[in-house]
Design a protein around this ligand. Structure first.
Ligand code: ADP
Ligand code: MG
Ligand code: MG
Length: 248
């Protein structure tokens, strides 16, 4: 599904990623871990196609199509979703309207009919119930005055409604209390269906107790220096990163 080959990325004049190779197949969950400043957020931002993240070498292909030069809206249309590390607030735009606009934009890109108000309401209610998300959050402005936990739940709700094939979650677990962490994990797990793939970027092992990854990769100084199965996360929790990067 996703094939990243020899990806080199720079931001401004700073080279940050130095040759990433990663293959993600349908249904898989990949965790990207690594110390602060390793380039994890740069990798997610690059996957989402955010401006300022310049691919200077290598290729990102998705379902066989080269998406390296596509803009974020086009990538969303292709089925890639990024939950932002620091979700934006959009004062004056209700969560509901935002989601409806985003969803219909994607449907239009995919050549599907737009959902009308009633079809959209039904979909939203179904997804909100699935995630145990209170409906009143949907009437509020996007992320405005949301608590940290509410923002993250909202990210997951957006993901459920937009129904992408590949979800990239950048530190969705940071700053969550245990109830919010469980709610978010429940949301992600309920969206796992054997076809949808996830890339979970996380600094901590904690969320991986709830969402079991198929693969764990350690990013350090812009390179993947180790890959393994879910037991690698537990080893990292126990031993830290020092043993991997030549420090004890
Ligand atoms: P992580 O998410 O693993 O903590 P980041 O991808 O945020 O790492 O950062 C990797 C490196 O790139 C850091 O040295 C950081 O200072 C640098 N960096 C990230 N974003 C920018 C930016 N917009 N401009 C300049 N340097 C950046
Ligand atoms: Mg960082
Ligand atoms: Mg980061």
């Amino acid at each position: 599904m996703l094939n990243i080959k020899n990806l080199h990325v720079q931001v401004g004049d700073n080279p940050i990623l130095h040759g990433i190779d990663l293959t993600v197949r349908p249904g898989e969950v990949h965790a990207i871990m690594g110390p602060n400043g390793s380039g994890k957020s740069t990798l997610s931002a690059t996957l989402a196609g955010k401006e300022d993240y310049e691919v200077i070498e290598g290729e990102i292909s998705f379902n066989g199509k080269d998406i390296t030069e596509l803009d974020p809206d086009e990538r969303a249309g292709e089925g890639v979703f990024l939950a932002f590390q620091y979700p934006v607030e959009i004062p004056g735009v209700s969560n509901k309207l935002f989601l409806k606009t985003a969803l219909n934009g994607i449907r239009q890109y995919q050549g599907k009919d737009e959902l009308d108000r009633f079809e959209f309401e039904d979909l939203l209610e179904e997804k909100a119930a699935l995630l145990k998300m209170p409906m009143d959050l949907l009437e509020r402005s996007v992320n405005e005055g949301f608590s940290g936990g509410e923002k993250k739940r909202n990210d997951i709700l957006q993901m459920a409604v937009l129904s992408p094939q590949l979800c990239v979650l950048d530190e969705t677990d940071s700053g969550l209390d245990i109830d919010a962490l469980k709610a978010v994990s429940h949301g992600v797990n309920s969206l796992r269906d054997g076809k949808r793939a996830f890339i979970m970027v996380t600094h901590y092992q904690r969320i991986l107790d709830y969402i079991k990854p198929d693969f764990v990769h350690v990013l350090y100084k812009g390179k993947i220096i180790k890959s393994g199965d879910h037991t690698l996360a537990a080893t990292l929790e126990e031993k830290g990163y020092g043993w991997l990067i030549g420090e004890e």
